[in-house]
Write a protein that binds this ligand. Structure first.
Ligand SMILES: [Zn+2]
Length: 455
């Protein structure tokens, strides 16, 4: 950390006006961004900072960078925000393939998860974070168990995260899990210099009956935190809700008062008429997980219509067991293409809007609006540099199109969170890549062994 000037890159601010500075400069002082705009006059430092063009931010007289990062041929943009994942599921990457959700979950994933130790979860989360840092993700919303280990792993990595202990009300462990969730919030909400925030994570309406949800809601309002839940992911669960209650999942939750709390809802693939209006009116943020929804055969969420209705839509990867990687650039491209394909309208989810899903709206979904998600003075310095000098990205006629339709996670050259560089030019600065990969390999082999001979 310190005073860093990133100069001469193509700066995609992802702000409300969608401003791009090509070339532009970004100045970082400690944890925060202090300037974004046209290149600063550098000779004799930057006394005239902010004087020209639509720049924002002014630097104190005589402000001099301690480090200058030359960003020619680079795209500079806010770090991407993964609004729905189960990080430790990296341990189960490729473990259960080509199965429908309920079989995948109940016959493969749940039994495997029952064999995970807290140490497994710690190492699995570290691996997920290596992958996220490497591919330009700077914040993620996680739902899993053993979350104190996840929090420890986040503290070490330097990433930003919103953590929720997943809660299954129909399990005999439901009450104990809720106690654990409450204690996670008490110990970790606001920890690691504010990088860690906590939510309560009721898994889904079909695993959490109304009476249990009410208890969760009461705890959340007492603690002053929001909720992270899976909603309307499969057609079957939605049909079941209609059959047994006469209402959609979303109507039922509205009636329960669930949406009076801040809610981050993963999926929302199968919506009924009226659901969109409830989500918009209640300010529910939807985490769209295009790869996972396709891979588990669940369909395509009506993202274009949700945005049209005024719903905040963020992007997620879901866990590595249903993706199978955590590269948000892939989700960006896929999200944009799917909306064009399903609506027949090539203007649906244009590049600039797609970028806002992974940045500004992602920040809103994680309760971090005004903190991260755009490059602007006063925001936390969570940003990435993407190399745009490879054959795949040459030339850059349109920087936003380059990010959405051409860039891959591997093109990320530098990842910074709160002014601290976590990854640069192939090197991780907070995590030991070799050791983490070794540990996960060893633990994955043990998990396979417990199941019996390899299939
Ligand atoms: Zn999920």
């Amino acid at each position: 950390m310190g005073r860093i000037l990133i100069t001469g890159g193509t700066v995609i601010t992802a702000d409300e006006e969608g401003r791009v500075f090509a070339p532009g400069d970004v100045a970082v002082d400690g944890e925060v961004i202090v300037y974004v705009g046209p290149p600063l006059a550098r000779e004799g430092a930057v006394e005239d900072a902010g004087a020209a063009g639509p720049a924002s931010g002014t630097l104190p007289a005589g402000w001099r960078p301690e480090r200058i990062i030359a960003a020619q041929g680079r795209l500079v943009l806010p770090g991407l925000i993964n609004a729905h994942t189960h990080a430790a599921m990296t341990l189960l990457r490729g473990y259960a393939e080509d199965l429908p959700l309920m079989v995948w979950l109940q016959e493969k994933i749940f039994p495997a998860e029952a064999r995970l130790t807290e140490e497994d979860i710690y190492w699995g989360t570290l691996l997920a974070q290596l992958e996220m840092i490497r591919s330009g993700t700077t914040a993620f919303a996680d739902m899993y168990f053993g979350m104190a280990m996840v929090a420890r792993a986040v503290e070490e990595s330097g990433l930003r995260a919103s953590l929720a202990r997943g809660l299954i009300g129909i399990s005999s462990e439901g009450e104990r899990a809720l106690e654990e969730a409450v204690s996670l919030v008490r110990s970790w909400h606001g920890a690691a210099g504010g990088r860690i925030r906590c939510l309560l994570g009721p898994h889904a309406p079909y695993t959490c009956p109304p009476a249990y949800l009410k208890k969760v809601m009461a705890e959340a309002s007492k603690l002053g935190v929001g909720l992270h839940i899976h909603l309307a992911e499969t057609r079957e669960e939605c049909e079941e809700s209609r059959k047994s209650t006469g209402k959609s999942q979303i109507e039922n939750l509205e009636e329960l008062g669930f949406f009076e709390l801040p809610v981050l809802a993963a999926h929302c693939v199968h919506l009924e008429p009226g659901d969109r209006e409830i989500l918009a009116r209640r300010g529910v943020a939807v985490a769209h997980n295009p790869t996972s929804n396709l891979k588990l055969g669940n369909g395509i969420a009506p993202v274009a219509e949700l945005l049209e209705a005024g719903v905040t839509v963020a992007l997620g990867t879901d866990g590595a067991a249903s993706n199978n990687d955590l590269d948000l650039f892939e989700e960006l491209r896929l999200a944009a293409l799917l909306q064009k394909g399903r609506t027949g309208d090539p203007a649906a989810l244009p590049a600039a809007q797609a970028v806002s899903l992974a940045t500004r709206m992602g920040a809103q979904a994680l309760g971090l609006a005004g903190v991260v998600g755009e490059l602007a003075p006063g925001r936390q310095a969570d940003l990435i540099l993407v190399r745009a000098d490879s054959p795949r990205l040459t030339p850059v006629h349109d920087p936003l199109a380059a990010v959405v339709y051409a860039a891959h996670g591997d093109d990320v050259e530098l990842t910074m969170v709160a002014g601290r560089v976590l990854y640069e030019g192939g090197r991780f600065l907070t995590l030991d890549e070799e050791r983490i990969r070794r540990e996960v390999e060893r633990r994955a082999a043990r998990l396979r062994g417990l199941e019996g001979p390899a299939r």
